[in-house]
Design a protein around this ligand. Structure first.
Ligand SMILES: [Zn+2]
Length: 369
């Protein structure tokens, strides 16, 4: 991170200086309306951050890179790869006039925050809400033949995360601490979880879930689907990954939009840390218009740590040791997020002296003559 941050910082300074070395860096990036979506030329956008663009496959896959970062974009795909991690945009990249274009919203709410990772400092974090998904009467997803219920596993994982975060000095609030949902009415239940954010003046909201194969895995055998996903709230005007067509509600403003950039960064940090801890398959940083994130007035994400519908993954999730690893991964992601943009630790006031070396014995006094 340090070397990468330095590269970025130098790029940013060049942009600020409007320096002659990179005359195009200071120029505004051209925008165009393509199929009704405001887009920017990805190569020109990347260049503002000191990234160089080249086609990996002509007119199909574009690489933006500098010494420390690689961003791969593909025409007609919403998925991009950022430093080896899969990240989903709101709109597919498009080919137009010999260039690859991305939506302005994705450039500003996904790519820019990731390119500035380590340079910008997130809002301070003191109070963290942990939301164990579901609760009686809602079991969430189930693996019936292994006897696993999502609501039980999310609560256990949340307690583990609570313990780790409290030991690190955070104030932690749980949306539920019993087997029961806050309200038996699903809509009211989701709203009450969200209302806690304002009531507790929360700085982060972390919702924990386990997954079942369904609509997000076209073409795959459902039982084979496995891996880890982290969700941010789909920004205004964009279509969530769970649908392919635009609905009028996509244009509604939601409180969850106000932190779109930080939602991306938090989700990225957590997804990367959980994958690092578990070594699970990377299903990506995704987005959806999730009710539990809709009203969040602080950076908020939802983690689908693994698939209960996949027996091999479900057997791991069933063990306390694995759920502890999940909690450790989420906590490490939160720590990585909180530490972003912090000045490097100050060097010690003085160079520590070497361990004292025994002084040579004083020379024997010359015998008096
Ligand atoms: Zn769930």
């Amino acid at each position: 991170m340090a070397a990468k941050s330095l590269t970025r910082l130098v790029s940013a300074l060049v942009i600020l200086a409007g320096g002659g070395a990179m005359p195009r860096a200071a120029a505004a990036v051209e925008t165009a309306k393509i199929d009704g979506v405001s887009c920017v030329d990805a190569a020109a956008f990347g260049e503002r951050f000191g990234l160089h663009a080249r086609w990996l496959e002509p007119d199909k896959r574009l690489l933006l890179e500098d010494a420390g970062t690689r961003v791969t974009l593909e025409v007609n795909q919403r998925e991009l790869v950022f430093d080896g991690r899969h990240v989903w945009m709101g709109s597919p990249a498009v080919y137009h006039g010999h260039s690859l274009w991305i939506s302005f919203i994705d450039a500003e709410k996904v790519i820019r925050p990731l390119l500035r990772l380590g340079l910008d400092r997130p809002p301070p974090v003191r109070t963290i809400i942990i939301d164990p998904g579901h609760g009686i009467p809602d079991n969430g997803t189930e693996n019936k033949h292994l006897g696993l219920k999502e609501r039980v596993l999310t609560l256990d994982t949340a307690f583990r995360l609570e313990k780790i975060l409290e030991a690190q000095g955070y104030r932690v609030v749980m949306t539920r601490t019993t087997d029961y949902a806050i309200s038996p009415d699903k809509k009211l239940d989701l709203r009450m979880r969200d209302e806690l954010i304002a009531h507790e003046r929360a700085d982060l909201f972390i919702s924990i879930h386990y997954n079942a194969a369904g609509q997000y895995a076209p073409g795959e055998s459902l039982a084979a689907v496995h891996g880890t996903e982290t969700y941010r709230f789909t920004p205004r005007y964009q279509v969530p990954l769970s649908r392919s067509t635009h609905h009028p509600e996509d244009d509604e403003a939601n409180p969850g939009d106000s932190n779109a950039g930080w939602n991306t960064v938090l989700a990225y940090c957590i997804q990367r840390a959980v994958l690092g801890e578990l070594g699970t398959y990377d299903r990506g940083l995704r987005h959806d218009k999730l009710g539990v994130l809709r009203l969040a007035s602080c950076p908020a994400v939802l983690i689908e740590a693994g698939y209960l519908s996949n027996d091999a993954e479900a057997r791991k999730i069933a063990t306390p040791a694995y759920r502890e690893q999940i909690a450790e991964g989420i906590a490490a992601g939160i720590r990585a997020y909180v530490d972003l943009g912090q000045p490097p630790p100050a060097p010690p006031a003085s160079v520590p002296s070497r361990p004292p070396v025994a002084a040579p014995p004083p020379p024997a006094a010359a015998p008096a003559r």
